[in-house]
Design a protein around this ligand. Sequence first.
Ligand code: HEM
Length: 191
Amino acid sequence: MPDDSGPPRHRLAPGPSDTARPGWPRSYAAAATAATALVGAAVWLSTLVHPSPVLHDLALFAHLGFLVLGFGAVLVADYFFALWVLGRTTFAEAVTNTTRLHPLIWSGLAGLLISGALLSPNLTSGITILKLGFVTALTVNGVQAMALSKRMSVLDGIPPMRLLLWGGCTSAVSQICWWGAVLIGFLNVNR
Ligand code: HEM
């Protein structure tokens, strides 16, 4: 008889051996560096492209669409953990469901970077630089959230306080950066 008492296994969850691999912190550091470089590349691209008004409008529409996809998925992920806090789901289920949202979050973020590069950001404006800082921070935070997610998916039983604090901080940084970027984007369009 297979033992199914542990957290549910699925294709997106890591095996216990993954977190035991000696090189895994280094691969996350490399991923965080690559993520920061991608934000830099989007900013650099934005200085090269000069979109027509029609392309600008299409890019703004896409920007809002990718915002719904990426931030929407982030909010649903946090909602699963709120359900766990309220005792409406198990911790393993919350982690599994959140892991399934990762492709949506990363696709939304990639789309925001590409469409944002076509929106001619004003790089001399302090508030726009602050927004790009939020975008960089939420991207790096997303990479370390993947490491956290791997740790959580191999847990058996009640998660230790250290991991819960790590999760709370990750969620707080994510919310601050996403809402900050949304607010500045909105202010930039409506000034
Ligand atoms: C998490 C990432 C991002 C979020 C949440 C976000 C959010 C937003 C929002 C809510 C708007 C306002 C749209 C409207 O009210 O019609 C906006 C506009 C804008 N965004 Fe972003 N954005 C992100 C990333 C980026 C990036 C990486 C760039 C540039 C490389 C960028 C450049 C712009 C520009 C230039 C506008 C103003 C467009 C205009 O003046 O017509 N955004 N953004």
